[in-house]
Design a binder for this molecule. Structure first.
Ligand code: PMV
Length: 321
């Protein structure tokens, strides 16, 4: 029997956002999300059998409570009573609104499955990963994925070769850890924002239209729907009690820069998650010019460029972390 297994997954960046839970216990999303995996960012996980669960993430031991429900479910699905010694590393800032929980939990799920020696089908991996973080259900598949409202697993729409010209520029406004977890922020939005019901009511139309725009590779249509989605998601946070404000001055400056470039005819569309970072979607042909403009205006800002990436890969034995 194997005693060690590994997995690598890429973060799943939502074009259309999941925000709020239909079922908190089961971690079922209240809105449909549409996402792309980011090839140039990854989380690596190595798992060993142990007599107790222990998680070391980027060199720091984590509070066991964050993992206990997730790992108990893994044991129940894999019909095992093993415990795990887990070593996880992100090659990008974690807990900073860059979807590190999506890639981290997807990799962890796949590594535990590999260690069990059982063949677990991707929809089952996706469902197991969801209990760690709903966006992790999407990271299992990679490429372009859909996680329908109320669903236990994500669905692959197109693989990462589907739109080779698409690029995502990740602008690191602030690399520090976020002030509030997305889990707490979405619960507060649900419980206290008077706009939360309107967000839920409207979200399905936006995601249905975005799926059609993606089918046609219509960046302008898709981009304007992406903008509606993240702005309406933030409206539930700004109106929560107390309000949640992840944005920093640099975030707003980048939103304005995208607006300015669009008036010059450049196809650039931004989105944001539970953190201050701004992610631009554009085409390969415009990437150099946009990156140079960002660097000229914000000389201190780090910008990562990514293409669509694949789903989780995993195996047994040791991975060089
Ligand atoms: O899956 P979580 O709990 O990390 O929440 C993700 C929330 C957003 O990133 C804001 C949106 C999304 O769909 O990924």
């Amino acid at each position: 029997m194997e005693t060690k297994a590994w997995a690598i997954a890429h973060p799943s960046l939502a074009l259309i956002k999941y925000w709020g839970k239909q079922d908190t216990q089961l971690n079922l999303p209240a809105t449909t999300s549409l996402a792309v995996s980011l090839n140039e960012l990854s989380s690596k996980v190595e798992v060993c059998l142990s007599d107790r669960d222990r998680v070391i993430l980027d060199g720091k031991e984590q509070a066991p409570e964050r993992y206990s429900l997730f790992l108990d479910n893994i044991r129940s699905v894999l019909k095992t009573d093993h415990h795990y010694d887990i070593m996880a590393l992100n090659d990008f800032p974690g807990s900073a609104g860059l979807a590190s929980s999506s890639s981290g939990f997807a990799a962890l799920t796949a590594a535990c499955a590999a260690l069990s020696g059982q063949e677990v089908l991707p929809p089952d991996l996706s469902s197991m990963a969801r209990l760690g973080s709903a966006s992790a259900a999407r990271s299992i598949f990679g490429g372009f994925t859909l996680l329908p409202a109320g669903s236990s697993a994500a669905r692959p729409l197109y693989d990462h070769h589907y739109w080779p010209e698409l690029r995502v520029l990740i602008c690191l406004v602030d690399e520090g850890p976020k002030m509030l977890s997305s889990r707490s922020a979405m619960e507060r939005s649900r419980n206290t924002s008077p706009y939360y019901d309107a967000w839920i009511k409207d979200a399905q139309t936006v995601s249905d239209e975005a799926v059609r725009a993606l089918e046609q590779k219509d960046l302008e249509r898709l981009g304007s729907l992406m903008r509606l989605s993240y702005q309406r998601m933030f409206a539930t946070m700004f109106s929560a009690d107390p309000p949640i404000i992840y944005w920093k001055p640099g975030s707003l400056a980048l939103i304005h820069l995208a607006q300015e470039l669009r008036t010059q005819g450049i196809g650039i569309w931004e989105t944001m998650d539970a953190g201050p970072q701004v992610k631009y979607f554009c085409l390969d042909q415009d990437t150099k010019r946009i990156k140079a403009l960002i660097e000229a205006r914000f000389p201190e800002m780090k910008v990562l460029v990514s293409r669509p990436g694949p789903g989780v890969s995993y195996g047994t034995g040791k991975l060089s972390l």
